[in-house]
Structures are given as structure tokens and as C-alpha cells.
Write a protein that binds this ligand. Sequence first.
Ligand code: NAI
Length: 399
Amino acid sequence: MPKALLLENIHPDAAKSLRDHGFVVETMKGALGEDELIEALDGVDVVGIRSKTSVTSRVLDARPNLSAVGCFCIGTNQVDLDYAGKRGIAVFNAPYSNTRSVVELVICDIICLMRRIPAHTHHMKHGVWDKSASGSHEVRGKTLGIIGYGNIGSQLSVLAEALGMRVVFYDIEEKLALGNAHRCETLNELLEQSDAVTLHVDGRKSNTGFFGEDQFAHMKQDAIFINLSRGFVADLGALKQHLDSGHISGAAVDVFPIEPKKTGDPFETALANEDNMILTPHIGGSTLEAQESIGHFVSQRLEDYWFKGSTSLSVNLPQINLGDCKGACRIMHLHANLPGVLAHVNRVLGEEDINISFQSLGTEGELGYVVTDVAKRPSTATLEALRNIEGTIRMRVIS
Ligand code: NAI
């Protein structure tokens, strides 16, 4: 029976799903350091981690029998992805499982800021009853400017329109406008018309400091600003100046250039005393629903990889989406992306007169992955010949 080790308090549904599919599952609450991880991975086929366990090249070298790493989170920086690929170890994550949670918090932030809820709450806590409607607005009919129209930005677009907002967006890539959303040709076109500006760009290096003084200066008088993307993309000093001057009427920030490592660590920000300000500790995607969804999503990827060889949505191997085996057995052959490997595989099978019922090849960068369903199980000698094809990284056979 295959063995799975799940670390870092991964949602229990993941362990249940893996057990239901025939894995022996061991779970551990915390993260492990390098040496502890190497020890714990003895005899383990697939490991599940979150963001605090690093799967380094040393770990991968020490445990060559490991087949797959499931990152039960969005990011995969904690895994040496290239090296895992070179060793034939598949890595999976859950890129969309918390999208909805982020979108709901953005909607919450927009409504709260437009109604000046942080300021009202502050006054109430300090014994001041201020029932004034001054500066408070409905979101209906207001223009929402979404910067970065990816998974989160585009879903936000749909929900914001359902609230009666007019949506404009700006993305550096060509994107299909959903519903009635309008694509802006330039960032300034978006900034000059938006009552709320929200950042949903990805974490590529070139986005460092992407939203600074110039961009804030182009925002409409009394607009609100929201960042739930990455801490390093927005200049918080410039944001503070525009809040203090009264140009921007409120802001919500969930991500910061430097964030504490763990719950309970101290945190300071120059934005703490702003009037209409929502500060949250990088919780955009932190809901129980998202954790559960991540648990389901990644465990399914691991099961599909182990039992079918499917690399669909793997972050480091060529992607092939596979159904059930269409023959007596399935041969999964991962190799260096060299010319002629597929022909070589077929020649070796042909020499034993083995008929191919199904075959699929995927290549990506330096890696190639060919999956072959065959009508009868090849002899040990044929399997050995397949393993010996030049460039072979790893081969698995399932019935
Ligand atoms: P995604 O990769 O699907 O979308 C990002 C979009 O931004 C892409 O369409 C890309 O073309 C666009 N883009 C990149 N740079 C740009 C620029 N300079 N100007 C305009 N468009 C640009 O990413 P997804 O899943 O929508 O996530 C968006 C952000 O949200 C990421 O930075 C992610 O790390 C963050 N995030 C934050 C969470 C939180 O807890 N606050 C939770 C989940 C994601």
C-alpha cells in the first residue's frame, strides 16, 4: 500500500480522501526541519506540506523513492521545483482554492470603506456618536478598477457587477472581459475613472514597487485603495501621504512588504492611525472553506498521479490528463526531453510484439513524459530495456 505523510495540520479531509483511496496516511501537526524531514520520509511515497516545510535538493537526494509532493497551499517556493522535476518527483499545489475567499474579503473591504465603517467603529469605541452620512456611499453605480484580471481579479469582476458596480480592468496580458467589464488600454485610464482601485497582480519581480506615488497621484479625489495581492507591489509611504492629504478617502491593506513569520509575532505599520483604514494580517485566502477546498484539491491530484499517472496541474512536470488505464497495464516514463525517446519506447515494446492501446506524450522544458497503455504486461526484460533508454529519469508501471 502506498504511504502518505501529511505535515503542518493539513485539513483532515485530505487524510480521509487519501485513506479512502488506499493510502496508509500518517499526519503530523507541525512543520519539519531538513534533517527531521529526511528521517520522516523513510518509506514515504507522497508527502503533503504547507508553506513552512522546505523540500530542498538535499531532502530529494536523500529520499529518491519519494514520488510526489503536495503543497496544500497556493505557493510552491518552499520546494526546489526544478530539482524535483529532474528527479522525477511531481509537485502539485492548489492555485484556485482560495480565490473565492479573497474576492469576498475585497467586496467586504469596498463596502466597509465606502460606508466609512472603520472610522465609525473607531468613534464608537471612543464614545463618540456620529450619525452623519458625510462621505458614506452605496457601492451601486460606482466604478471599480481591477488591476490584474487573473483568477481573483476576474471573479471579483463578476461579483462586483452583481452588486451593481461598473467594472473596469487593466492587465498586461490580453484577457477576456467578463460580463459588462471594460478593459482599459492604460493603467492611467483606469485610475482616472475608478472610485475604488484594487490590486490583484501576481508576484513577478518586475511588480516590485509597481504602484507608487505616480499611480496614487492619478487616482480620483476621494477614491479608495485596496491591496490584497503582494506586499512589495505598493508603496505604503506614498499611500499614507495620499490618505493624510485627504486625496484618498480610505484604504484596505492585507499584505505588507515585511510580514511577521508566525501568529503572535509583533507587527508595526505607519498606517495604524489612519482614519478610514482596514488592516488585516494576510488573511485574504484564510477561511475554513478554502482550507477544506485545498485539502480536497491537492489530495485528488496526488491520488490521480499515483493511481493513473496523471500530471494534470502539476507545477513542475509536463502535464498529461489521464483517465483509467485502457490496457493490461500503464507504463509511465519520465525522461530528459531528448529527440527519439518516444520512438525508442515504441521500438522496445514492438520487439516483444506488445500492442499499444493508448499513448500520450507531454514535453515541457527539459522534461518529457510518455504514458503508454499496453494490451499485455511486458516481460521483466522489456521493462528493464525501457528503464535503460538513454535519458530515463523515472519509470512506473501500474495495472
Ligand atoms: P493570477 O496569476 O491568476 O493573476 C494575476 C494577473 O495579474 C494576471 O492576469 C497577470 O497578467 C496580471 N498582471 C501581472 N502584473 C501586472 C501588472 N503590472 N499590471 C497589470 N496586470 C498585471 O493570480 P491570482 O490567483 O488572481 O492572484 C492574484 C494575487 O493575489 C497574487 O499576487 C497572489 O499572490 C495574491 N493572493 C493573495 C492572497 C491573500 O491572502 N491576500 C491569497 C491568494 C492570492
